[in-house]
Ligand binder design. Structure first.
Ligand SMILES: [Zn+2]
Length: 446
């Protein structure tokens, strides 16, 4: 058996096990039960000589830390982080068992195949193989299989950095979810997620005056007012911000001046987003704006009662620099003369985070990537959703989302499979990522 097929078989099998463990995180503290996968990975890494420690924030929610200690204290520490939990599924939309981990025509099927058990498995295999090969780096390599990424990281990364910082402190962190090759004029572009938007979970309470539903004329109906509040928020246009990350992404993608110029200028940007194909327009808009989406509304008690109270939930995603005060100002702007009738509660402000794209880790990824795709170049990208990288950036680490993938699946394929139906990954991508981690650890730590 060749070394290549050996790696493919090993990482495929480990991924299948992780999928079958079905560590489904529905947001409740007792869900996930990632201890099963922490134990699986512990036994997989056992005997390779790595130091291992398990941390359980609450029963059943364990995270595993494995270390290959470096020889020099002044050399950098690299942490490879994969989460072990997955989001729930609706099996009706699937062509295969979402927790079967079946291998069909060179693809592994199941929840977590791309988010992100694929990388969690490949990072473990790379760590095991490095340790087995007698890898003795100057800097320290840490592998972290972390629980609870899919529900704010409370029992995983957030817990570890608050309570066990010594075990996971690292100069450089790599986690999901970049690296999907995107074709461009001069070759493949590999996105590195250097920053991610923040989230600001907001509740609006709209007050009215109760009355009999049989006499609605001139009543102070909270539901009618709430409809206008939702309309104003939907129509509100926050300012366009062309960040350094966005500019470098657009320039790196070599779209040509006819698209590059308007994509890097705030003037006319919204018209451009309207004219772009739908998916592209949405991404371009989300990467350059703090966005406000009304998502939930509760109100009213009975058909014949004029409601005096309606609650609206907003999913607000903030750009770096926009925090609670900026969000409150935007909402006041959007509500206008209705602001006095609306109470705003910001339940959780989780600000955006970013890392520089000019770091030794960036250079390492660039060098390592060339060995896979000689005509490739990295481009920095802003992640629109949240990952565990944010906790590490706040603790001072440079944290990127990256991986190595074949060109069998497109960026659009991946986008629809994240938390979607028929999630699957090709074995070739599993092998490439495993080899990437090996190359990155050797480049950065020796
Ligand atoms: Zn994920």
């Amino acid at each position: 058996m060749s070394a290549t097929s050996d790696i493919s078989g090993e990482v495929t099998e480990l991924l299948q096990h992780l999928i079958r463990n079905a560590c489904v995180n529905d947001g409740t503290p007792e869900s996930g039960q990632e201890t099963r996968s922490a134990e699986l990975l512990h036994s997989y890494l056992e005997g390779s000589g790595v130091d291992m420690e398990t941390f359980e924030s609450v029963p059943g929610r364990a995270s595993l830390v494995a270390r290959v200690e470096g020889k020099r204290k002044d050399a950098p520490t690299l942490l490879l982080m994969g989460h072990t939990d997955v989001v729930p599924v609706n099996p009706d939309g699937w062509d295969r068992d979402p927790f079967g981990g079946e291998l069909v025509d060179g693809e592994v099927w199941g929840r977590g195949a791309v988010d992100m058990l694929n990388l969690t498995a490949s990072m473990a295999v790379a760590t095991r193989r490095l340790a087995d090969s007698g890898f003795s780096p100057d800097g320290t390599l840490i592998y972290l299989a972390v629980a609870d990424e899919e529900a704010l990281g409370t029992h995983g990364a957030d817990y570890l950095l608050s309570h066990e910082a010594d075990a996971v402190a690292a100069d450089y962190v790599i986690t999901e979810s970049g690296g999907i090759p995107m074709p461009a004029a001069s070759g493949l572009k590999l996105p590195v997620l250097v920053a991610e938007k923040g989230s600001c979970w907001t509740f609006l309470r709209v007050r009215g005056t109760p009355g009999h539903g049989s006499q609605p004329f001139r009543t102070d109906n909270a539901l009618v007012k709430a409809a206008e509040v939702v309309r104003r928020i939907a129509e509100y246009r926050p300012e366009t911000t062309i960040s350094e990350t966005w500019r470098r992404f657009v320039e790196g993608m070599e779209f040509g001046p006819e698209l590059t110029d308007p994509l890097t200028r705030p003037e006319g940007f919204l018209d451009l987003c309207e004219a772009l194909p739908l998916g592209m327009g949405r991404i371009a808009h989300a990467c350059t704006h703090t966005t406000i989406a009304p998502t939930v509304i509760h109100g009213g008690t009975k058909t014949n009662v004029i409601p005096d109270f309606v609650e609206i939930e907003l999913d607000i995603r903030t750009l770096p620099g926009d925090t609670e005060p900026e969000v409150r100002a935007m909402l006041a702007d959007a509500l206008g003369d209705l602001a006095a009738d609306v109470e705003i509660e910001i339940r959780k402000d989780d600000p955006a985070t970013s890392s520089s794209a000019d770091t030794p880790l960036w250079d390492t990824l660039q060098r390592a990537s060339k060995a896979f795709y000689s005509n490739s170049a990295l481009v920095p990208m802003l992640m629109m959703a949240a990952t565990d990288a944010r906790f590490f950036r706040r603790a001072g680490s440079t944290a990127y989302g990256f991986g190595m993938f074949s060109t069998a699946l497109t960026y659009e394929d991946f986008a629809t499979m994240f938390h979607g139906d028929n999630e699957r990954v090709d074995v070739e991508s599993l092998r490439l990522s495993t080899e990437l981690w090996d190359a990155v650890a050797r480049d950065l730590l020796t």
